[in-house]
Design a protein around this ligand. Structure first.
Ligand SMILES: NC(=O)c1ccc[n+]([C@@H]2O[C@H](COP(=O)([O-])OP(=O)(O)OC[C@H]3O[C@@H](n4cnc5c(N)ncnc54)[C@H](O)[C@@H]3O)[C@@H](O)[C@H]2O)c1
Length: 278
């Protein structure tokens, strides 16, 4: 039986993905902060689901999650939905920001970046470790980015920065991991009704601009059904999947650097001291 981890699996997109994975014959570990909901789901969804309390912004907690999932799955791990996310915890535009005892600004709360971006990076790092230990090495990762990873989102600049980062991450590492039979892709949903947005947005958001959960599931299926598709970014709008390409090169020099200079970079990084001195 295939085994998957879904971070942020106790609500919204993660919960829908969890239920869908079960219909596809997966065993699923729900990883979430919400203990009450996670435990309730684990006991109501049957023996192929367990809950592991996880704050994905803690490396130690993610490591414990992966270790448990791999052992519970019978020494296998096939899938990661790096899905947990939160919107900005503190406004970048705040005018009454707190100061320390010397009257100097305290740091901005970067939880959003830690949960959305840093945690996905650590998740890939951990997944790779376990995917290599599978009987047939390899597996699949789908990252939940956002339409805010493709367009500006002025109300949540940290969120937009993190989600743009996920798109760049997917496009950069996806093709490389294919050599190890690991695919990495990301979804960029438009507005889906979940627990993420402020509750009153549901009442004021026009229905014709809401993307249904069925489109999210369609995107996951597209990635789960394909062993070779990797590094892809799919924008989800209404019932449509739009596979999005990186921006075009503005001139032939940039095209050469983007498409031909990789071997030079690989050669330059061959000497270990270069990296360790950075
Ligand atoms: N709903 C949308 O319109 C929309 C659009 C684009 C992208 N997304 C992305 O979809 C993903 C899922 O969000 P959702 O819309 O289903 O929202 P949601 O709030 O319904 O679900 C998010 C889940 O993540 C959990 N979570 C939050 N912080 C966590 C942490 N540190 N560690 C572990 N779990 C944590 C929450 O407890 C919750 O169960 C997020 O990455 C979000 O940015 C959502």
């Amino acid at each position: 039986m295939s085994v998957g981890i879904v971070t942020g699996g106790a609500s919204g997109i993660g919960l829908a993905v969890t239920k869908h994975l079960l219909t596809r014959g997966y065993k699923v570990v729900i990883a979430d902060l919400n203990d009450a909901e996670g435990e309730r789901l684990a006991s109501s969804l049957g023996e192929n689901v367990i809950f592991q309390h996880t704050d994905v912004s803690s490396f130690e907690q993610q490591r414990a999650l992966f270790d448990r999932a791999f052992k519970w799955g019978g020494n296998r791990l096939d899938f990661l939905a790096a899905n947990a996310g939160v919107d900005d915890r503190q406004s970048l535009y705040e005018t009454n920001e707190k100061l320390d005892e010397n009257g100097l600004p305290l740091p901005l709360n970067l939880k959003t970046v830690q949960v959305c971006l840093d945690a996905a990076l650590q998740g890939i790092w951990l997944f790779k470790h376990y995917a290599r230990k599978n009987k047939i090495p390899g597996g699949k990762i789908v990252i939940t980015a956002s339409a805010a990873g493709l367009y500006p989102m002025t109300t949540n600049p940290q969120y937009a920065a993190a989600k743009h980062g996920l798109v760049g991450l997917t496009r950069s590492c996806g093709p490389v991991f294919l050599k190890e039979n690991i695919t990495v892709n990301c979804i960029c949903p438009a507005f889906v009704v979940t627990g993420l947005a402020p509750p009153n947005i549901r009442d004021i958001f026009p229905k014709e601009h809401i993307t249904p959960m069925s489109t999210v599931i369609k995107a996951f299926d597209a990635f789960l059904d394909n062993d070779k598709m990797t590094g892809q970014t799919v924008e989800l709008s209404l019932d449509e999947l739009h596979f999005r390409k990186p921006v075009d090169y503005p001139n032939e020099s940039q095209r050469w650097i983007g498409t031909q200079s990789q071997t030079l970079w690989e050669k330059a990084y061959e000497k270990p001291p270069v990296r360790s001195q950075l």
